[in-house]
Design a binder for this molecule. Structure first.
Ligand code: NAD
Length: 498
């Protein structure tokens, strides 16, 4: 194999080695003998340099007309679309999911670039009449400054794009700290922007580990905005670290998403949706279907079909066009998932299929786990409560709609949910009563489009939304402007009182 590419940090438009000289490898989870890239193992000093570069670039970037900033994003989108096939293979090699999925990950970034780019010509403010004579007033959006973006590995390009592109169009400059397992895709995304004229210093990339590179970014006094996606555990820490400095912090975190199946559901739809929702991306989506809550009348049929389909899935290297499910991301995650499978067995759930690591032949050097289905799961069991983030599905049987909603809501997370039913009343009640940021009707818990707000409640999020019309809220500050053209002092709430 050719020597792996060495990626340097991007600081102030220059490709820069880490100050410590340390590096780390990213390896292919389908075959760990393959090194995908060598990246800089950065520390607080590197973050300091990147933040200084971003701070200096802010002064000119914020003054570029927003439509012009938007045009850069749109031209970047065009280039990204052209490079999609190559980047998709590279993403599969760094992260494992099949090429048809990594292609979708990139298209999501393309969509976001067009959507956020269009915001350059909207970015609407509000005008409102004054209570005074000869006075005009409006509120406008302004950029905030340097945004620190910290992202996970499961959507190596899509998730960073939801942050990067809206932040840019608003006029902010950026320091990105990608997940240590998947930095390459962020370089690919940013390269497209550089190639269409993004000025130096506007986007800076510093690779490295969470505590040594992520934490100094969160704590840096010149970074007023932190946008984080990752586990609830890390998000909680990030929130605490940023609290002292009174930063804007938006957190997108874990999920334990449920699909409800009522007795009157279209079962063919359920079977397809359940397998895609639970085992797409090897169950490593924040919105993955990790619980199915099925009404007793159809439970046996649903379980039998899902078990049959899960057992037949073609597992392998995601660059093989036959592969339906790839590996999980790394050794630690594989061990965590296998541990949860043991916990499920000990808790008394019935293991209906899977449950094993695959390690023979073509699987020998990768992190492959069989699609796993547990039945007889009680809502209080750990496998029904905790985010496993792997190809493990827990099926819970209930007697009626109300019990289904209660079980669906009975977890700490609130990201995504779905219900399969032909009863329009049940569908509308579910939309109203399920406590998640996203609800699907007759579709699995995954499949968000970028022009609706994305995010969750409870332990999933802290009140912000990414994407959708709200996409710029986290990255802009409101400024209210009063223009008095009366030529005299007019005192609000005093001079206009009869
Ligand atoms: P993680 O929390 O381990 O890491 C996320 C990022 O935080 C990484 O870049 C990591 O280096 C960084 N980090 C770790 N410690 C840090 C620290 N002390 N200070 C600053 N940064 C630190 O999460 P992960 O394993 O990469 O991703 C999986 C998690 O992400 C799952 O819980 C999943 O549900 C969640 N996720 C949520 C969404 C969403 O939109 N809600 C989307 C995708 C993934």
């Amino acid at each position: 194999m050719a020597n792996p590419r060495v990626y340097l940090n991007l600081i102030g438009g220059e490709w820069t080695p880490s100050t410590s000289g340390k590096t780390f490898e990213s390896r292919n989870p389908a075959d760990t003998r393959q090194v995908v890239g060598i990246f800089q193992d950065s520390n607080a000093e590197d973050i300091q340099a990147a933040v200084a570069a971003a701070k200096s670039a802010f002064e000119s970037w914020r003054l570029m007309p927003a439509p012009k900033r938007g045009e850069i994003l749109m031209r970047g989108a065009q280039l990204l679309q052209e490079r999609k096939d190559q980047y998709a293979v590279e993403m599969t090699r760094e992260m494992g999911k099949p090429v048809f999925e990594t292609g979708g990950d990139i298209v999501e970034a393309v969509d976001m670039a067009y959507f956020a780019g269009g915001e350059g010509r909207r970015m609407h403010g509000v005008t409102t009449p004054s209570e005074m004579h000869n006075k005009f007033q409006m509120s406008i959006r302004t950029p905030i400054g340097v945004c620190g973006l910290i992202t996970p590995w499961n959507f190596p390009m899509a998730v960073p794009s939801w942050k990067l592109l809206p932040a840019l169009v608003c006029g902010n400059t950026i320091v990105m700290k990608p997940a240590e397992d998947t930095p390459a895709s962020i370089f690919n995304l940013v390269q497209c922007l550089i190639d269409v004229g993004l000025p130096p210093g506007v986007v800076n990339i510093v690779t490295g580990y969470g505590p040594t590179a992520g934490q100094p970014l969160v704590e840096h006094p010149d970074v007023p905005v932190i946008s984080f996606t990752g586990s609830t555990e890390t998000g909680r820490l990030v929130n605490k670290l940023a609290a002292d400095k009174i930063k804007h912090v938006s957190l997108e975190m874990g999920g334990k998403n449920a699909m409800i199946v009522l007795d009157d559901a279209d079962l063919d739809l359920v079977f397809q949706g359940a397998v895609w929702g639970a085992f797409g991306t090897s169950g490593q989506r924040c919105t993955a279907t990790s619980r199915i809550i099925v009404q007793r009348g159809v439970a046996e049929k649903v379980i039998n079909h899902i078990v049959e389909k899960a057992s037949q899935m073609r597992i392998g290297d995601g660059t093989d066009s036959q592969t339906e499910m790839g590996p999980v991301i790394n050794q630690k995650q594989m061990e965590k998932i296998l541990n949860y499978i043991e916990i499920g067995k000990q808790e008394g759930a019935t293991l209906r299929c899977g449950g094993q690591r695959l390690s023979d032949g073509k699987y020998a050097n990768g992190f492959f786990i069989q699609p796993t289905v547990f039945t007889d799961v009680k809502p209080t069991m750990r496998i029904a409560q905790e985010e496993i983030f792997g190809p493990v599905l827990s099926i819970i049987t209930v007697d009626n709609f109300d019990e289904a909603i209660e079980v669906a809501n009975g977890v700490q997370y609130g990201l995504s949910s779905s219900i399969y039913t032909r009863d329009v009343n049940a569908a509308y009640r579910a939309m109203r009563d399920i406590n998640t940021g996203i609800v699907y009707i007759n579709a699995p818990t995954i499949g968000a489009e970028i022009h609706l707000p994305f995010g969750g409640i409870k332990a999933t999020g802290n009140g912000h939304r990414e994407a959708g019309p709200q996409l710029i809220d986290a990255f802009s500050e409101w400024k209210s402007v009063y223009v008095d053209f009366s030529g005299s002092l007019q005192r609000a709430q005093i001079d206009n009182v009869d």
